[in-house]
Write a protein that binds this ligand. Structure first.
Ligand SMILES: Cc1ncc(COP(=O)(O)O)c(C=O)c1O
Length: 425
């Protein structure tokens, strides 16, 4: 006999017994106050508040490939806001890899990875990623956001502690919150406070897992974490370290392997996390580490388990991007990026030295100031949207300028001329 456990049905509550053999569940009516605001009014008032605070967001439609020059609402604009640091997003090499994968495998993965969605390009990409990061194994996700969410919520439980840098990306914060672990935040790169959190965690949760989370290049400030000290601290206190190299891979270290490699610390990082959607030019996220850790995530990370696998072309594109990073052309592209950053520092009077990454924050304070500067740049032909709360602190709205390896010298000069005028005291 089949037993139904918690099956939902559309049967009318209260229908006579025997009229329908399906189990019947009562639907709870929402407990809105009889004279409360309507759903539409309630949402409209939040949107109005966002607009009044200069915090309303809108999508702009780009009608061209992602390149230094983009087409936007009928205008050609110079784009200095993309994370495509090496200019791979529209590169012929990656386009060809995607086309070949589509011809061979089609476009969809058909199911989640654990059902029948693991296709040869997914496995090839994970093998390449593990080799690239000199790790035992790798697991890919549909985005960096999904990688962070799935990994942190799987690794930590309510009896554990996650300690994050204050400037960690939203995906890391959301993953930590979802885990149900106790969360502690240390001021940006403040090693003293990190150490006191570690001591506290070890004392309060003697048998819990303690996980430190930070980024190597910070997404909105472009600065670096003091990685050697963080690794020493987490080792001394028996903690685990997840390092998000989203903005370092492709840009820092030999072959663009990231900051942990550049500093000779890669073997001491427990989990290397990153995204395939920035310097690698495609889309997806990944985690690399010990074989057992990856096996654990494959069994526990819900954003991996309960999501259809990315299409095979996305995986093949990322494999081609990794091959490119390892090639001489990849090294040249990275040198071109470094030269472009040096030129930016020379041409822009607000900066005296080449920035440590391709992310250059121009902090303006209020959201309105950032929006006005962004509008002025748009009028001058540059696409650099304002970055506002809650992405950054309320008083730290900014222009986040990003420079790519394929910007041309004259394009950087033109931008700096406008920035010099705009930022003049
Ligand atoms: C530090 C950091 N981690 C993770 C992510 C998420 O990656 P993705 O865009 O691939 O979802 C981002 C993206 O902005 C990021 O900046």
């Amino acid at each position: 006999m089949t037993r139904f456990l918690g099956v939902r049905s559309c049967a009318t509550p209260g229908a006579p017994a025997g009229a329908d053999s399906s189990p019947v569940f009562k639907v709870r009516t929402p407990e809105f106050p009889a004279n409360g605001p309507s759903w539409a009014d309630s949402i409209a008032s939040e949107l109005n508040a966002l607009e009044a605070a200069s915090l309303l967001r809108k999508c702009r439609v780009v009608d061209s490939p992602q390149q230094p020059e983009v087409a936007l609402t009928g205008r050609r604009l110079l784009n200095f806001s993309s994370n495509d640091y090496l200019g791979l997003a529209a590169d012929p090499l990656l386009r060809e890899a995607a086309k070949a994968a589509i011809d061979r495998f089609g476009v969809g993965a058909g199911a989640s990875r654990l059902v029948c969605g693991t296709m040869a390009p997914h496995r090839e990409l994970e093998d390449r990623l593990a080799t690239f990061k000199k790790s035992e194994a790798a697991l890919t996700f549909s985005s960096g956001y999904a990688a962070a969410l799935g990994t942190l919520s799987a690794l930590a439980r309510s009896e554990d502690v996650i300690i994050l840098d204050k400037l960690c990306h939203a995906s890391l914060i959301d993953g930590a919150r979802l885990s149900g672990a106790t969360i502690r935040v240390f001021p940006h790169n403040d090693l003293g406070k990190l150490e006191s959190h570690l001591r506290w965690a070890r004392k309060q949760f003697p048998s819990g897992r303690v996980l430190v989370v930070t980024e190597s290049v910070f997404s909105m400030d472009g600065d670096l974490s003091p990685l050697e000290d963080i690794v020493d601290l987490k080792d001394r206190h028996g903690a685990f370290l997840l390092l998000d190299e989203a903005h370092a891979v492709g840009v820092r270290g030999r072959n663009g392997r990231g900051l942990a490699f550049e500093r000779g610390l890669s073997e001491r990082i427990d989990l290397h996390m990153g995204t395939l959607s920035k310097a690698l030019g495609g889309s997806g996220g990944y985690v690399c580490g010990r074989r057992r850790s990856i096996e654990f995530l494959l069994n526990k990370a819900r954003s991996f388990i309960y999501s259809t696998a990315p299409g095979p072309a996305a995986a093949a594109t990322s494999s081609a991007a990794l091959d490119f990073l390892l090639s001489e052309d990849g090294e040249e592209r990275r040198q071109k990026l470094a030269a472009n950053l040096a030129q930016f520092a020379e041409d822009c009077s607000a900066f005296s030295a080449a920035p440590p990454s391709a992310i250059i924050p121009v902090i303006l304070g209020t959201s309105q100031a950032a929006l006005s500067a962004s509008e002025a740049l748009l009028d001058a032909g540059f696409l650099i949207p304002a970055i506002r709360f809650p992405t950054v602190a309320k008083n730290a709205a900014r222009l986040r300028v990003t420079v790519s390896a394929i910007h041309e010298s004259h394009q950087i000069r033109e931008l700096c001329a406008v920035l010099n005028r705009l930022l003049a005291p």
